[in-house]
Design a protein around this ligand. Structure first.
Ligand code: HEM
Length: 154
């Protein structure tokens, strides 16, 4: 269960990233060119937001089954000083939740805007901030302190 969830979570990261790159691209181009906000744009907004929500649900589930988190919660006093354990116990989980909330707010605000230009602008700004937060909190293989693989086998 734990390793399957970890592999799913690792794989879903790529869908999250693709979503968080595509939405700002259509946001900025739509905003700058002044084109109409189509049903396809709206579908992309919806799919991107849903992908982030699914990743959050998998991440939260992982939080309850991960031995790393189990160690963190049961040995808080010492674990909070261990960079790799604290990263997943606090920084990663909290900041990723913040990113998902930002994306959700942006998506909901864009939906409520009436002018197409405002829809594009809202998506561009909120999803770009979400993307930056996600990029900064992924444990990349090249991260100096907490490195994890690009993909994990099931
Ligand atoms: C939404 C964007 C998120 C992305 C892109 C993301 C990405 C990742 C990646 C790449 C890993 C490393 C996987 C591996 O070791 O192969 C990971 C681990 C983990 N993530 Fe996330 N994550 C996200 C959200 C969350 C959230 C919201 C939570 C919990 C509240 C969470 C909890 C965890 C935990 C507990 C681990 C691993 C702990 C362990 O190694 O046992 N993640 N995440």
């Amino acid at each position: 269960m734990y390793f399957t969830l970890l592999a799913i979570h690792s794989l879903l990261r790529w869908l999250v990233l693709i979503s968080l790159v595509l939405v700002p691209i259509i946001g900025y181009t739509g905003w700058l060119t002044g084109r109409s906000f189509t049903k396809r744009d709206n579908l992309l907004r919806l799919v991107a937001t849903t992908v982030c929500h699914i990743q959050a649900v998998v991440g939260i589930t992982l939080y309850f089954v991960s031995p790393v988190i189990d160690y963190f919660l049961h040995n808080y006093g010492t674990a909070v000083h261990m960079r790799q354990i604290r990263f997943f116990g606090m920084e990663h989980s909290l900041m990723m939740l913040v990113a998902v909330v930002l994306v959700t707010i942006g998506s909901a605000k864009a939906k409520r805007k009436t002018a197409d230009k405002d829809k594009f602008k809202t998506l561009a700004v909120w999803f770009t901030i979400g993307l930056v937060v996600v990029l900064l909190n992924i444990p990349w293989p090249f991260s100096p302190l907490v490195a994890r693989p690009f993909l994990r086998g099931f």
